[in-house]
Design a protein around this ligand. Structure first.
Ligand SMILES: Cc1ncc(COP(=O)(O)O)c(C=O)c1O
Length: 392
């Protein structure tokens, strides 16, 4: 079956009643669509007994590559592994600098450090929340002036589902001879210039954490790449660096496997992904139209399409606004209230002078409900309440 990420034939996404409680995410509503299929899959897997490395792994990998246009896909145990493994494969470690945005989930920095390399934080663009190409170049020049670090790779993050500015970043990468490993954990279903996340950068890591746009029923992730040979190196690393017989170690590796059950779940969810994506876009259109001018919104650069893992606005008096939304039973969440260079684990890597836009974003961002099972009328209710609070 061919997967089209922009539509799913014969899949109807149910819409909640206007007065139904609003959920921030709604995995229960989604489960109703896939549960029967998933239960059958569990039975099949229990029967064949290949819980690790079953046929479901190849099935998912083929579907992911076909759907995104990547040359190959490697299913792994988590989004974090999907970032660590390419760094291991490229041989980066002690003394190697990997440039990451300072405003992202901590997994991005952890991945670099787990590989043994050094994260170099880059400020974000205030309108996209993604890595700022101008600051990236400044930080690369600063590293190139140091003796203790060698600039090796850029790991942009597609925050909230919006692809980073890969056109600008790739030209900087080319100019300074750096590799690009995209952290697309939040952005499966995003696009740039007609290319899906997974086929934009040469290497992309994504996450199947349950609340992601493509989530499993447990941990999982995938590495998508434009290079088939690189994918086979990753397959070896995923199985402790072993050879084709999975016996002798030919390189250092880890247990980076995604089990058959998670691959089956994600594979089934891919079948409804196109229809879900259409609903995410429809909700975002309502929010865009009603909130534009009321609060600053995340702006996509030319040619980019947000995958809408989250819908995030900027507000001042965030605690007060959240409390007032909660009074009206509208859930909200903060991704993230602290920039990475301000966290204890990473503060030794903080650049002199800090990262002003990351710090400001951490003070102001507020994510409002975004999922395919939110109805149009519920989205309007969210906007009604925000208007009442912000335009009294
Ligand atoms: C930006 C980003 N990178 C990496 C990860 C790590 O993914 P996982 O939790 O599947 O390891 C996440 C997950 O939340 C994320 O949001």
């Amino acid at each position: 079956m061919t997967i089209d990420l922009s539509q799913s034939a014969n899949v109807v996404i149910p819409q909640a009643d206007a007065d139904a409680p609003i959920q921030f995410f709604d995995l229960k509503a989604q489960q109703k669509l896939v549960r029967e299929k998933v239960e059958k899959r569990f039975t099949t897997i229990l029967d064949h007994g290949r819980h690790i490395g079953g046929p479901e792994v190849d099935e998912l990998e083929q579907k992911l590559a076909q759907a995104t246009g990547a040359a190959d896909a490697v299913a792994v145990g988590s989004g974090t592994q999907a970032l660590v493994m390419p760094l291991i494969a490229l041989g980066y470690g002690h003394g190697d600098a990997v440039f990451i945005p300072g405003f992202t989930y901590n997994a991005t920095a952890n991945a670099v450090l787990l590989a043994g390399a050094t994260p170099v934080f880059v400020d974000v663009d205030p309108s996209t929340f993604n890595m700022c190409p101008t600051d990236l170049e400044r930080q690369i020049k600063a590293v190139n002036a140091r003796r203790d670090l060698t600039a090796r790779a850029i790991m942009p993050v597609d925050l909230y589902g919006l692809p980073a500015d890969y056109t600008a970043i790739q030209s900087i990468a080319d100019a300074y001879k750096l590799r690009v490993i995209a952290d697309g954990a939040q952005a499966f279903g995003g696009k740039q210039d007609g290319k899906w996340v997974g086929a934009i950068a040469e290497i992309t890591g994504t996450s199947f954490y349950p609340t992601k746009t493509l989530g499993g029923y447990g941990d999982g992730g995938a590495i998508l790449t434009t290079d088939k040979e690189f994918a086979n190196v990753l397959r070896s690393i995923r199985w402790h660096g072993t050879d084709d017989q999975r016996k002798l170690s030919v390189r250092v590796g880890i247990n980076g496997r995604c089990d058959s059950i998670q691959c089956a779940v994600v594979s089934d969810k891919l079948d409804i992904f196109g229809a879900e994506r259409q609903r995410r876009i429809a909700i975002a259109k309502i929010y865009d139209a009603r909130l534009e001018g009321l609060v600053p919104l995340q702006k996509a650069q030319a040619g980019a399409e947000n995958g809408y893992g989250l819908y995030t606005i900027r507000v001042e008096n965030r605690d007060d606004i959240r409390a007032r939304l909660q009074e009206k039973s509208i859930p909200s969440a903060i991704y993230y209230d602290t920039a990475l260079h301000q966290m204890k684990a990473f503060e030794v890597y903080a650049p002199a002078g800090g990262l002003p836009e990351c710090e400001k974003a951490a003070r102001e961002v507020l994510s409002i409900p975004m999922h395919p099972y939110l109805s149009d009328s519920q989205a309007h209710r969210v906007c009604d309440e925000l208007e009442t609070i912000l335009r009294p």
